[in-house]
Design a binder for this molecule. Sequence first.
Ligand SMILES: NC(=O)c1ccc[n+]([C@@H]2O[C@H](COP(=O)([O-])OP(=O)(O)OC[C@H]3O[C@@H](n4cnc5c(N)ncnc54)[C@H](OP(=O)(O)O)[C@@H]3O)[C@@H](O)[C@H]2O)c1
Length: 300
Amino acid sequence: MRPIKNVVAIGASGTLGAVVLKKLLEAGKFNVTVIRRAGSTSTFSANVKVVDVDYSSLESLKSAFEGQDAVISLVPTFAADTQKAFVDASIETGVSRFIPSEFSANLANQKARTLPVFVPKVKLQEYLVAKAKDTDLTYTFIYGGGWLDAGPHRSFLISSIGETTKTYDGGDVPFSASTLNTVADAIVSTLDHLEETKNRAVHVHSLVTTQNRLLTLGKEVAPERSWDTIDFKLDDLTTKSDKRLAEGIADFETFLPYILRAIFDPAFGGCYEKTDNELLGIKEASEEEVREILRTLLKQ
Ligand SMILES: NC(=O)c1ccc[n+]([C@@H]2O[C@H](COP(=O)([O-])OP(=O)(O)OC[C@H]3O[C@@H](n4cnc5c(N)ncnc54)[C@H](OP(=O)(O)O)[C@@H]3O)[C@@H](O)[C@H]2O)c1
């Protein structure tokens, strides 16, 4: 497989995307092109090459992907469908590796694949797997567990802004968690391990922890905060969501419990028994490093 030199990042202004873009640039060996949605107001520093693309136009995507070796998609969960056109344009322009926007539920787990919020991601995966059989396009699905340091709007693990933390099924369920840096490092390292990561899922994590352990560490580093908790049963939450879906209500409130199920219910594969940390050069975080991560997070 040819080495990756020219890399496209789509959604590079996002929560994960901004960290991935920084790491790609820091690597110092890629020609990076950011693809931005037509009409987007996101901004990038002057040294970043940005191309505005109409995602509904295959021609527009193809002209942006021409000459590229890898396409990394970092679009939000609700935009998973958009990526089918990215795959088609990648095939038509001879892109060699496509990394779809996964980075959440462990869809290598069959139960996780049935969760309604992930249906568009699963469909995209099935499409990619089929296309990789009869074209030169290859893919890697990257999973990193729950995000540890993504801030209040993207983190489901503990409250980082002093609100009551919602714990699930008692808060002692072990799960895999990653910092945004860990996920971004895994993406960049995948581009250096093309054969080993070809057409498969890779799993990385910064650590396995529990909500109650994170709460204890949070209390240690920020004792002045309120650390109240309220516990919910995942079964109750997803039963409500099933009902809302049956009534045709497909909003974030409906979908969140399925995301929580993917992280906090061990039967859904959220606690990785085996990882690709070693292959991809990812180090597990020590407890002191987690304290430091929480110190930074809780200062924001
Ligand atoms: N493991 C976890 O705990 C966790 C938590 C949250 C998310 N995730 C996963 O991580 C991935 C990225 O999520 P994120 O939260 O980083 O994304 P995000 O910040 O919401 O959005 C990423 C970027 O995508 C572009 N975008 C926004 N709306 C779009 C649309 N309708 N169609 C196409 N592009 C759009 C925007 O970039 P431009 O304006 O520059 O085009 C945006 O900055 C998702 O697959 C999500 O499932 C995982």
